[in-house]
Each structure stands twice: as structure tokens, then as C-alpha cells.
Design a protein around this ligand. Structure first.
Ligand SMILES: Cc1cc2nc3c(=O)[nH]c(=O)nc-3n(C[C@H](O)[C@H](O)[C@H](O)COP(=O)(O)OP(=O)(O)OC[C@H]3O[C@@H](n4cnc5c(N)ncnc54)[C@H](O)[C@@H]3O)c2cc1C
Length: 370
């Protein structure tokens, strides 16, 4: 039997990694802070090489069945009248029609179901201290008993606890890109069932996605970084959103009313995660914990590809963990680097800063869609 690996986080990267490491003969424990799978309906893509990985895991039929049926992104004015539109196909990657868009929760739970056949999953717990030793890492947990592992992998997202414990404070490796995003499930979609509808104010956007079963509204707005913003402070978040959108949403006003009463609002700064090295001894990072551009960087696709590459390298040289970690980083950084430069163009497309910028974007979309 191979070495003992602890993965912190049962999200997209952690679940993919657990599956593949188990297949390579490692004993895998996954520790997840949540008490069970979450309900987040945010739609995310499985594109490019991640489709091949998901196919090899046998989960593509499930993902396809749970996939959204959106085919157009429509930009409207405040009366809901169409200004321009583009076919979703234009955003397809190298896997073309095999690519799918599913809710983040469905993606994570489907990948985890595949992993759970071989890995041990511990819910409602998290790492509290990581002490490197000559042969691995001594780990203490908030709830479970302390244990020794040959390798610890932080797959615990943008605000990774593993990264904080092993590499240093979050502020050293993250940059608030001057934009915030809030998403929430809503009662009603806008437009046709296959349309994602987006309305722009200068520097801000509201999109309504039909989702699968439950539509999702997303507020994305440029805003100077707010130091010490408490992400559990829902009243403060509501106030920020109201200050940007209040009185300016026209027919989209009911979505702002929904924010004022919703309990299930996801809110975060659009954050870039960048580290000079992803590994420190026998502790390494994967997914958003290692590199992230929030909603702008094909994060779920990169999380799946990164986890697969890490498992592949560890599987290739089980006796040389350090060498495997170095090769994983070299290979996966090649995929990550160009995505991390993509924020500016994604921001220009989704949230132009001025009315002129919005008009130029709409014109460009009209020309492109021809
Ligand atoms: C609003 C929004 C829209 C997005 N849209 C897209 C998109 O269209 N396309 C796309 O490719 N990507 C998109 N993304 C990004 C994508 O969701 C992430 O990049 C992807 O989920 C990263 O996977 P991950 O496994 O690294 O992190 P996550 O999926 O975030 O998983 C991290 C896991 O770690 C757990 N965790 C956190 N802290 C701890 C702890 N201390 N101990 C134990 N467990 C912990 C969490 O509960 C979670 O289960 C979007 C993101 C957001 C927020």
C-alpha cells in the first residue's frame, strides 16, 4: 500500500485528487470543513482537458444529465430589451461540444461520489496545525485526533487554511482585483429558458442565469477594496450592493429586492491567488488554494486538471514525492499562467467601466456574433 495522504477540502480539486490518488495506490483521507455537500448553484464549466479527466472518471454522463441548457448570453438595457447577444459556443474550449456547464455543487458532489469509493471522507473538521517532520507532516484537527501523514495537500479554496498554516498569511499571496461578486438563488429567470441575461451599469453587471431547476442571479461590481470586510456580515454586503445598484436596475429591480431578504448569498472579492512556490516540503497546494482568479479564470477546469496532474506525477514516482511535486508544479503552471493574465479582458467584457465602454462592448459582440 502507498503512502498516507491528507487532502484538506472536498471541493472540485480535492475530490478529483482523492479519486486519482486512490487509483495510484495511495491511502487517502479527505477532511472537509462543511457538514455536508453545499447547495451552491453557481454554474461552472468543465472544459478542455478537464473533460478528458472527467470522462476517465466515468462521471461525464452524470454531469451531462445535470448540465444547463444555456445557449446564448444576452446583453440588455434596463427595460430588458436586447442590445447584443453571443452564442455560448463562442466560449467553448478545446473539448468543443463535449464541454458542460453544471452547478458548482453538482460538480463537487459528483466528483466526490466517485472518490468516496476508495477514500475516507471526514466532514465537519479542519486542520489546525501542520508540523513538518523528517518523514512527512504531523497534523492536528479541530475535532479529530492528531495524526501523521506522508503528504498533506491543501485543496481548501481561495481562503485556504493549509496555505495560511504552511506558507503564511493570506494577504501575502492574494490580491483583491477591485471587484466583488454576490450570487443568490432566485425564484424567476429572465428571458428565454436557454438564455443568460446580463444588464450593465457603468462598472457593474447583473446577470440572471436559468440554472438547472433554480435560477441564479449574480451581481458583479467594481469597488475599491474594503479592508477588513467580514464575509459573514450579510447586512454590510447588502448595503454595498444597494449602494451600487439601488434605483438603477429598471425591470431588474426584483433581483435587488431578493438580495434584501435572501439568506443564501455567496459574497466575495474577485481575488487573484499567486504564490512563488506551491510546495513546502511535504505540503502542497492545488486548485484555487494555489492559483485562482475567482470567477474569471476557468477555475473548476484548472482545479480538475491540476489535481489530475498532481496525482499522475505522484503515481509515477511514489518513492520520490519531492520530485513529483516539482514536476506537477512545472507542468500545471504552464496551464495556469495564461489564465491569470485574463482578468482584464474578462472584466472589460462583463463589467465595462463607462457607458461608452458598454456601448463599445455591445458593438463588438454584435460584430463577433455575425
Ligand atoms: C461566483 C463564482 C462563479 C464561478 N464561475 C466559474 C465558471 O463559470 N467557470 C469556472 O471554471 N470556474 C468558475 N468559478 C471558480 C470555481 O468555482 C473554482 O475555481 C473551483 O471551484 C475551484 O475548486 P477548488 O476545489 O480549488 O475550490 P472549491 O471548489 O472552493 O473547494 C474548496 C473546498 O474546501 C473546503 N474548505 C475550505 N476551507 C476549509 C478548511 N479550513 N478545512 C477543510 N475544508 C475546507 C470548502 O468547504 C470546499 O469544499 C466560479 C467561482 C465563483 C465564486
Amino acid at each position: 500500500m502507498g503512502a498516507d495522504v491528507l487532502i484538506s477540502g472536498a471541493g472540485v480539486a480535492g475530490s478529483t485528487l482523492a479519486y486519482w490518488l486512490s487509483r495510484h495506490g495511495y491511502r487517502v483521507t479527505v477532511v472537509e470543513r462543511a457538514t455536508g455537500q453545499r447547495s451552491s448553484g453557481n454554474p461552472v464549466d468543465v472544459k478542455g482537458g478537464a473533460v478528458d479527466v472527467a470522462e476517465r472518471m466515468g462521471v461525464m454522463p452524470t454531469l451531462r444529465a445535470a448540465g444547463s441548457r444555456t445557449s446564448r448570453l444576452v446583453f440588455t438595457d434596463d427595460g430588458g430589451r436586447v442590445r447584443s447577444s453571443v452564442r455560448m459556443r463562442s466560449f467553448q474550449g478545446s473539448a468543443g461540444d463535449r464541454e458542460v456547464e453544471v452547478s458548482r455543487a453538482t460538480l463537487a458532489s459528483t466528483l466526490l461520489a466517485a472518490a468516496a469509493e476508495a477514500a475516507e471522507i471526514r466532514w465537519d473538521d479542519s486542520v489546525t496545525a501542520l508540523t513538518p517532520t523528517a518523514s512527512g507532516v504531523d497534523v492536528t484537527f479541530a475535532r479529530g485526533e492528531a495524526a501523521h501523514f506522508d503528504l498533506v495537500v491543501g485543496a481548501d479554496g481561495v481562503h485556504s487554511a493549509t496555505r495560511r498554516l504552511a506558507f503564511g498569511p493570506e494577504s501575502e499571496f492574494t490580491r483583491n482585483l477591485g471587484m466583488y461578486v454576490a450570487t443568490l438563488p432566485v425564484e424567476r429567470a429572465f428571458g428565454e429558458p436557454d438564455e443568460v441575461v446580463m444588464y450593465n451599469l457603468p462598472g457593474a453587471a447583473l446577470s440572471v442565469h436559468p440554472g438547472v431547476g433554480q435560477p441564479v442571479a449574480a451581481f458583479m461590481f467594481r469597488h475599491a477594496p474594503v479592508p477588513d470586510l467580514d464575509y459573514r456580515d450579510i447586512e454590510r454586503q447588502r448595503a454595498m450592493i444597494s449602494a451600487v445598484y439601488g434605483g438603477r436596475l429598471g425591470v431588474f429591480r426584483p433581483y435587488l429586492d431578493a438580495v434584501r431578504v435572501a439568506e443564501d448569498v455567496y459574497f466575495d472579492a474577485v481575488t487573484r491567488v499567486m504564490l512563488p512556490h506551491w510546495s513546502s516540503g511535504r505540503i502542497t497546494l492545488v486548485g484555487d488554494a494555489a492559483s485562482s482568479l475567482s470567477l474569471f479564470g476557468d477555475g473548476s477546469t484548472l482545479a480538475i486538471c491540476g489535481a489530475y496532474t498532481l496525482a499522475e506525477e505522484l503515481g509515477a514516482t511514489p518513492g520520490d514525492i519531492a520530485g513529483a511535486l516539482a514536476r506537477y508544479e512545472r507542468r500545471h503552471r504552464r496551464l495556469v499562467r495564461p489564465r491569470q493574465r485574463g482578468f482584464r479582458s474578462a472584466g472589460m467584457l462583463l463589467a465595462p467601466k463607462t457607458r461608452t465602454g458598454i456601448a463599445l462592448r455591445d458593438n463588438a459582440v454584435r460584430v463577433l456574433s455575425r
